[in-house]
Design a protein around this ligand. Structure first.
Ligand SMILES: NC(=O)c1ccc[n+]([C@@H]2O[C@H](COP(=O)([O-])OP(=O)(O)OC[C@H]3O[C@@H](n4cnc5c(N)ncnc54)[C@H](OP(=O)(O)O)[C@@H]3O)[C@@H](O)[C@H]2O)c1
Length: 356
């Protein structure tokens, strides 16, 4: 009997492992096994956290018709539900998406655009392509002197190795570096919008997997030992280090701009397309957050008055969450920030100037 129960437990654990791997293949080296175990551990902790703090995970929407929000992605997943909430606040929402016309159709399916006082503008953006980021930012800065909110939401996860046109690994480029550049280019407009008691806000959508991230300065593109899970956690840690240093710069210049970083929860979206979890859609439906729930803390970080003036914080399920120890060390945050400026040849971060 004990043997039977033991075998049953082992079988269940094995199935759990196989169907929740970050890739559809089996790990091939100790490094890959270790990465998988760390992901599984964080996944369980993340699901428990989402369940435990479900009642705290909410956001009160209120009308703010004179405000302008810029979001990357937003045509599906968590971003679509963020856009829905921003439009419910009557904001003007500028979406940076790869396919503007299908994005407008996607929003139109869940929001009656003739009823909202908000306005939807969809513009072309591939956030992993620095030329496209510059063109997107330019199309905004030409028209708008002020931007109230910037939501850096677009992302990819566990994708096979690919280098972008600029020669950066795709997770690093899309999840982190493109948003780093976009923020730099829109900062003059964000500074102009912020006023005492009403900061302009930047929200970086990161992930709890920042906790197992490591910035590999010697091989930032992971050319020597590429593993998708490692590339994803590196990019998500980078977002947090970047957020923390940017807030210290904004504080030093007394700008009325705050930048926060968010883990939206473990959410049932297409983000998991490369992982083994696609074999167990029912499990995801049952245990993961819906995209609507996943959007709540992101919108909370963007508009909630209770966190006014509390930039540089990492939010999860409507409150503060644990993040990587390196992000508590200003020197580590500054190191990545300077490294990113060097990669993009940005001389003075936040002045909105960029030559390719
Ligand atoms: N889902 C989760 O459990 C979870 C957990 C932690 C953090 N997050 C973070 O939450 C954010 C949103 O993820 P999601 O779950 O909503 O994923 P999703 O459903 O896969 O949506 C990803 C979004 O990013 C856009 N995107 C991807 N690459 C892009 C590019 N090169 N240029 C412009 N847009 C691009 C996609 O647009 P296309 O349609 O054009 O591809 C889509 O709008 C991501 O930053 C992710 O890392 C999610």
């Amino acid at each position: 009997m004990i043997l039977f129960l033991g075998l049953l437990l082992f079988g269940l654990m094995l199935c759990g492992f196989i169907f929740s791997k970050t890739t559809k293949e089996m790990p091939k080296s100790w490094f890959e096994w270790k990465t998988e175990f760390r992901y599984q551990y964080l996944g369980i902790i993340g699901l428990v956290h989402d369940a435990k703090y479900a009642s705290r995970d909410r956001v009160a929407l209120y009308k703010q018709p004179d405000r302008i929000a810029v979001i990357t992605g937003g045509n599906r997943g968590i971003g679509l539900r963020i856009v829905e909430k921003l439009l419910a606040c009557d904001m003007t929402v500028i979406m940076g998406v790869r396919d503007p016309s299908s994005a407008e159709t996607a929003v139109g399916k869940i929001v009656d655009l003739s009823q909202t006082k908000g306005k939807l503008i969809c513009k072309q953006l591939d956030v992993g392509d620095m030329k496209s980021v510059r063109a997107f930012a330019q199309s905004i800065t030409e028209k708008y002197a002020k931007i109230d909110l910037l939501l850096n939401n677009a992302g990819i996860m566990f994708a096979p190795f690919k280098q972008t046109a600029d020669g950066f690994e795709s997770h690093f480029a899309i999840n982190y570096l493109g948003h780093f550049l976009l923020t730099h280019l829109l900062l003059p407009q964000l500074r102009a919008a912020g006023k005492p008691g009403k900061n302009a806000r930047i929200v970086n959508v990161s992930s709890c997997v920042n906790l197992i991230g490591r910035i590999n300065y010697k091989d930032i593109n992971g050319l020597k030992n590429y593993y998708p899970g490692t590339a994803y956690s590196q990019s998500k840690l980078a977002q947090i280090l970047g957020t923390r240093h940017l807030q210290s710069l904004l504080d030093a210049e007394k700008a009325h701009v705050q930048v926060n970083v968010v883990h939206p929860g473990i959410v049932d979206t297409d983000l998991f397309e490369h992982s083994a979890t696609t074999s167990i859609p029912i499990f995801k439906k049952f245990f993961f957050k819906t995209p609507e729930r996943g959007s709540r803390t992101v919108v909370f970080a963007a508009i909630d008055p209770s966190i006014e003036g509390q930039g540089g914080t990492y939010l999860s399920n409507g409150g503060r969450g644990p993040f990587h120890p390196d992000a508590k060390k200003p020197a580590k945050c500054e190191q990545l920030f300077q490294f990113s400026c060097d990669l993009l040849k940005i001389k003075q971060y936040g002045n909105g100037e960029y030559a390719l």
